[in-house]
Design a protein around this ligand. Structure first.
Ligand SMILES: *Cc1c(COP(=O)(O)O)cnc(C)c1O
Length: 448
């Protein structure tokens, strides 16, 4: 009999009944009864608003450099940010499809259109490379924080960075962000890709001079190889997607920018006007960091919910059982094979699971075929193009409004729900080659 830690799977299922639905690859949800008020929950994170301030200030120092070296970021003055889009046509279409109207309004955060690398990884990933570059340059006496950072775009500085290497393990998008940013600064870059990584991402990185290693195994192995690669080289720096607090605060900066976007559009967020944010989750750093930022800005008015593929519900299982990163989905016979390549992670970040478990309201899963349908619908109703991982957030409002126990427990009355803002975080897509994007849309249409 296969055992997971010290118990059989049947014993785990008896203790945690929802596990059976996850093992059977059924779409399901869980709203955590142990979620805490923001003030208490934030104390468990181990990071503070000052850490996010520090990250935002660093991104601002780099903005003139970013605007200079990446034309796509020129119109935002080098600030890497995405549009907030009202998606009422999508809402109406989904209400019809799911046979139920949802109170409040559906919006989309278009991280698919983030400049430079076209996914949420353009937040944390690029930030961590910049942080590392700044630290090296300052230590070498080549830069001060009062300088105009455009000086980093010189042959001398590129020569300096070329002594150093940046390594990372990835399902694709983190590698893309780290690789493009590292190569631009002049670093040597090594990206260790899992079997999920799309060919075009590897080709793109190689065209930037990045060394790409391919493995016929999943994300955990790619990360372990990246870690091992960097460990033997004193001039190498490893971006640790499973544990990095730097990535995490880079993602967290999104929240204050989002608050300004809502304010500019006259959208009120408070206790009587709750905000629900649906975040596609892989290892957890991206959605966890964004959620951390959101809790610091909106407190108890924001409700963060993670979305995972039915084949890769690693954070769901980790938090629900309390076993966190001690277990993988494969331990329970779940294969971690999904079209949502950005979410194809079998073992969640232990750091994020523990830091954020009291802050996250809930978790749900979604089937791959539904992701394709949602891609097609978002394309036809809103003319927005996203990749499979990025579509996972759109079913969230129906899980939330279906769970009476959760709504009551959180004081989410019908009056409040009528004022709700539902935000699907559309985490990636712009870099997908148009042929591949069209094949996603065609596949979705054929399934509808
Ligand atoms: C990486 C990624 C995510 C999830 O981020 P994690 O930090 O792995 O949880 C979601 N969507 C896309 C498109 C991604 O690339």
């Amino acid at each position: 009999m296969t055992k997971v830690l010290d118990k059989t799977i049947a014993e785990w299922v008896e203790q945690f009944p929802l596990l059976q639905e996850l093992i059977d690859l059924k779409e399901t949800s869980w709203f955590n009864p142990n979620v805490k008020p923001a003030e208490e929950a934030l104390k468990e994170v181990g990071l503070t608003v000052e850490d996010i301030d520090d990250a935002a200030a660093r991104l601002k120092r780099f903005a003139p450099y970013i605007a200079e070296v990446f034309p796509q970021a020129r119109h935002t003055n080098g600030i890497i940010e995405s549009p907030l889009v009202a998606t009422q046509n999508m809402q109406a279409t989904l209400e019809e499809k799911y046979g139920k109207e949802i109170p409040g309004r559906l919006w989309t955060k278009m991280d698919a259109d983030l400049p430079i690398s076209g996914s949420i990884k353009a937040r944390g990933g690029i930030y961590e490379v910049l942080q590392h570059a700044e630290k090296l340059a300052i230590e070498a006496g080549l830069l001060t924080i009062e300088d105009d950072y455009r000086k980093l775009n010189t042959p001398e500085m590129k020569e300096f960075f070329s002594q150093y290497k940046v390594a990372v393990g990835s399902t694709g998008n983190l590698g893309l962000s780290i690789g493009i940013m590292s190569a631009q600064l002049g670093f040597q870059a090594a990206v260790h890709m899992s079997s999920d990584a799309r060919q075009w991402k590897k080709d793109k990185l190689r065209s930037h001079g990045v060394e790409v290693f391919e493995y016929d195994s999943d994300y955990s192995v790619a990360v372990a190889q990246g870690r091992a690669d960097a460990a033997t080289d004193p001039n190498a720096y490893f971006v640790d997607d499973e544990n990095s607090k730097t990535l995490f605060v880079g993602y967290a900066v999104a929240a204050r920018r989002l608050a300004a976007q809502f304010a500019a559009l006259d959208v009120t967020i408070d206790e009587d006007h709750p905000l629900f944010v649906y975040l596609p989750c892989g290892v957890g750093g991206g959605p966890g960091g964004v959620a951390f930022g959101l809790k610091t800005v909106f407190g108890d008015a924001v409700h963060c919910i993670f979305a995972e593929p039915t084949h890769s519900p690693c954070m769901f299982i980790g938090v629900y059982t309390g076993l966190q990163d001690q277990v993988s989905v494969q331990d329970f016979g779940i294969d971690n094979i999904t079209a949502a390549d950005g979410l194809a992670v079998g073992r969640a970040s232990g750091f994020v699971g523990k830091a954020m478990q009291s802050s996250l309201d809930g978790y749900y899963t979604i089937e791959d075929e539904e992701l394709y349908r949602l891609i097609a619908l978002l394309n036809s109703t809103e003319d927005l193009q996203i990749e499979p991982s990025a579509a996972a957030g759109y079913t969230g409002p129906w899980w939330v409004t279906a769970d009476e126990e959760y709504l009551q427990r959180m004081g989410l009355t019908p009056e409040r729900l009528a004022n709700a803002t539902h935000l699907a975080w559309a985490t990636g897509g712009a870099m997908v080659p148009s042929e591949e994007m069209n094949s996603y849309i065609d596949k979705g249409n054929s399934l509808l």
